[in-house]
Design a protein. Structure first.
Length: 151
C-alpha cells in the first residue's frame, strides 16, 4: 500500500494500478450507520403512527358515547324537539372536527420535525464524509502517481 493510504487499497492489474473501493471495515461501518439511521427514522415514524392510532381510538370511543346519548335523547323527545336537537348538532360537530384536525397536525408536525432534524444531521455527516473521501482520494492519487508498475 502507498504511504498515506489508510482507507483505500491499491490494486495492480494487467491494465495498471487502480484505486479500489473502501476497505471492508469502513464499508461495514458505513452500512451500520445507515442501518442505525434507518431504524431511528422508522422508530420516529412508528411513534407518530401510535399517536394517530391512539387519537383515532379516543375519537371513536367518544363518538360512540355521544351517539348513544343522542339516540337515547332522540327516542325520548317529541317530533318538534327532534328538529331543535338536530339543529343544535352542527356547531359542536364542526368544532370537534377542527379540534381533531389540530391534533393530527400537531402529531404530524412532531414527526416531521424529528425526521427533518435527523435527516439534516445525516446529510451533514454525508457531506463531511464526502469531503474526507475526496481529500483522501486526492492524496492517494498524488502518492500513487509516483508508483510505476511494470509487467
Amino acid at each position: 500500500m502507498v504511504e498515506g493510504l489508510t482507507d483505500y487499497a491499491l490494486v495492480v492489474s494487467p491494465y495498471g494500478a487502480v484505486m479500489s473501493t473502501l476497505i471492508p471495515q469502513h464499508a461495514f461501518e458505513a452500512q451500520a450507520a445507515t442501518i442505525q439511521q434507518l431504524f431511528a427514522f422508522s422508530t420516529k415514524a412508528f411513534e407518530g403512527f401510535e399517536k394517530l392510532t391512539a387519537l383515532n381510538l379516543q375519537v371513536f370511543k367518544a363518538t360512540l358515547a355521544e351517539n348513544h346519548a343522542l339516540a337515547v335523547k332522540a327516542m325520548s323527545s317529541r317530533p318538534d324537539e327532534l328538529l331543535a336537537l338536530s339543529a343544535s348538532l352542527g356547531k359542536p360537530t364542526a368544532e370537534k372536527c377542527l379540534a381533531y384536525g389540530r391534533h393530527v397536525q400537531e402529531i404530524l408536525a412532531d414527526v416531521q420535525g424529528g425526521l427533518t432534524s435527523a435527516s439534516q444531521s445525516q446529510t451533514q455527516r454525508y457531506q463531511k464524509d464526502a469531503r474526507g473521501f475526496v481529500a483522501d482520494l486526492t492524496k492517494a492519487a498524488s502518492s500513487a502517481a509516483d508508483i510505476v508498475v511494470t509487467e
